[in-house]
Design a protein around this ligand. Structure first.
Ligand code: F6R
Length: 616
């Protein structure tokens, strides 16, 4: 987590950095700060607790600066949310200023050793160790301070550091240089006209340039306003590959919506169309993907699929398990990425590993991917963020093309992951034993999906009214069977995340094995009731809740459920089972959103959360 931005060029650095930080706020918003080289050559650091807006307010009367600076928005790991713990961190002798994204695991040991050498510290963070270590190693060199000597000090220092970092570094003696280094945390170089930038992701750079270089682990970059040089930690020159960012600016704009979350819920018809565009073959009743790097023969040989992901993406994986097992008849396991890496699960020789990640930077998922690759498994990714570390390191994959997702609570990225898993189940199924007729029905259903989502979104006003009625409850149960069970989990997670209401997801029938004890007039249940072979059983669960005075909201695509059975009935359009989980998700997103708004919560930046979790 945490976002970093650095700028070197001819324009004022302050507004450019503030704008970049605002774009990165989804990565953390506990506190924010920047260090700017002033016209008189001094470096001035400003830090504020709270959101970037607080920092911006503190800078309103800033004079012109010299076009060089670094900045940071923090998601606290080591040390409380205080101004001294806010980045940038300056070395004790004010020679080195840096911003850090990542975790230094051996910071205590490094700190003890520096303290013994007389170096002083001002805060509780692991990051301050880095500024002091680099400054200390610089001081130990008997040469004059130069780009070369700072580079050497960074290199020497990082050799003794264990952990992860994306860094942007300034030296007070070098007015025309900015340094960056990366290991385990993302760092992108923006190449502009007579200006360069460093940032945790492309959204912070896009307003200035679309030309970027994705740095790899163990690389150091040295920048001035019109040039840059990348080397590995072993001092080998790197030939940079410049990529062009394809997102349009308006994708990241709020437009007429009050919150990004609401905008992104309403983006879903087009986001999902982007996910299937060019990937459906109506003639053959099959989906197709460009970058899987898997031959049809290899697909036939897959014995098992292991899906690895975190949070909402893990819920998508659980739906994928049902879909792939049902349509492609391949056994699927779904693992939390953080567990997968450490538990050394036995896997079949012909296991395919699928990682799912919106950001492509979640460290647990990245490390799980690396562990699977280390063991020789073919890993494919379902990733939204183009050029992200997971996408660059895997053996093949499918981009979601959902556009930037800025609201911390994932919405359109989740439904697009569901759609891609559904298309993958068709592709694998048709390559194995899904019939032509069934493939055609599924492909048709996917083409129809954007329209059905639009119709579902038309329920917004009635869902808003329901949300208002239910906003004062402190506990909720979410119930669903089969592929609707993960949708229930996702509904509960959305509500927890943005409204801080306690919510739990359960398979409908499991409710009677324990959670039923929670049911009372104070604990409503949201029950997903698809019009399929489970309908009657699901309605029995509803009756069990009602018998205990529990209020019930039913989300269904059946028109035959008597309205007397539920306190509220939300009817979505009918669709093929392969896309039905997507339609059932949308009312849940809207319920959570409107409850959080009713409670006055900060929907796009819920407390304690960050969009991209880059610490283990
Ligand atoms: C919840 C949410 C998180 C993420 C999780 C994985 O709304 O967004 O649970 O799904 O942190 O993130 P990615 O998909 O970026 O790997």
């Amino acid at each position: 987590m945490c976002g970093i931005v650095g700028y070197i060029g001819h324009d004022n650095a302050t507004p450019i950095l503030l704008n970049g930080l605002k774009r990165l706020e989804y990565r953390g918003y506990d506190s924010a700060g920047l260090a700017i080289r002033q016209k008189d050559g001094s470096i001035k650091a400003t830090r504020r607790v709270g959101k970037v807006a607080n920092l911006a307010a503190a800078l309103t009367t800033e004079p012109e600066d010299s076009g060089l600076g670094i900045s940071h928005t923090r998601w606290a790991t080591h040390g409380g949310v205080t101004e001294p713990n806010t980045h940038p961190h300056a070395s004790w002798n004010k020679k080195i200023f840096l911003v850090h994204n990542g975790v230094i695991e051996n910071y205590q040991q490094l700190k003890t050793s520096l303290l013994a050498k007389g170096v002083t510290f001002e805060n509780e963070t692991d990051s301050e160790v880095l500024s002091n270590l680099i400054a200390y190693n610089l001081e130990q060199q008997s040469e004059e301070i130069s780009v070369k000597s700072v580079n050497k000090a960074i290199r020497t220092s990082l050799a003794s550091v264990e952990g992860t970092y994306g860094l942007a570094i300034l030296c007070s003696d070098l007015p025309d240089s900015l340094f960056g280094a990366r290991k385990g945390s993302p760092l992108i170089l923006g190449v502009g006209k007579n200006e360069m930038m460093l940032a945790s992701d492309a959204s912070a750079i896009r307003a200035r340039t679309r030309e970027v270089v994705y740095l790899d682990d163990n690389q150091i970059v040295t920048l001035n306003h019109d040039n840059f040089n990348i080397t590995t930690f072993e001092e080998t020159e790197v030939v940079p590959e410049i990529s062009t960012i394809s997102w349009k600016d308006e994708d990241a704009n709020l437009g007429d919506f009050e919150h990004y979350m609401l905008k992104e819920i309403h983006d879903q018809p087009s986001a999902l169309e982007n996910a299937f565009r060019g990937r459906l073959d109506m003639e053959e009743g099959i989906s197709k993907f460009g970058g899987l790097n898997l031959s049809r023969q290899a697909i036939r040989h897959i014995d098992r699929i292991t899906i690895v992901a975190c949070g909402t993406a893990w819920h998508a994986g659980l739906v994928g398990e049902y879909l792939i097992e049902k349509y492609a008849r391949i056994p699927v396991e779904v693992e939390y990425a953080s567990e997968f890496r450490y538990r050394n699960a036995p896997m079949d020789k012909n296991t395919l590993v699928i990682v799912i990640s919106q950001s492509g930077e979640t460290i647990d998922t990245l490390e799980a991917q690396r562990e699977a690759q280390r063991k020789g498994y073919h890993v494919i990714g379902i990733i939204n963020n183009v050029g992200s570390t997971i996408a660059r390191e895997n053996d093949g994959g499918i981009y979601q093309h959902s556009g930037p997702e800025i609201g911390v609570a994932s919405t359109k990225a989740f439904t697009s992951q569901l759609l891609i898993l559904s298309m993958l189940s068709i592709y694998f199924g048709r390559t194995r034993d899904l019939s032509y007729a069934d493939g055609c029905k599924m492909v048709d259903a996917i083409k129809e999906l954007p329209n059905l989502i639009k119709q579902t979104l038309e329920l917004s006003d009635s869902i808003k009214a329901i949300a208002k009625k239910f906003a004062h409850y402190h506990d909720f149960l979410f119930l669903g069977r089969l592929e609707m069970f993960p949708i229930a989990l996702e509904g509960a997670l959305k509500l927890k995340e943005i409204s801080y209401i306690h919510a739990e997801g359960y398979p409908s029938a499991e409710m009677k094995h324990g959670p039923i004890a929670l049911i009372s007039e104070d604990c409503p249940s949201i029950v997903i009731v698809p019009d399929d072979e489970t309908l009657k059983k699901n309605l029995s669960s509803v009756q069990e809740v009602k018998a205990r005075k529990g209020k019930v909201i039913i989300i269904t695509d059946s028109h035959d459920i008597p309205s007397s059975l539920a306190d509220e009935l939300i009817i979505v359009p009918k669709a093929h089972n392969c896309v039905r989980p997507i339609l059932m998700t949308i009312p849940l997103q809207l319920i959570s959103y409107y409850i959080a708004v009713e409670l006055g919560k900060d929907v796009d930046k819920p407390r304690n959360l960050a969009k991209s979790v880059t610490v283990e």
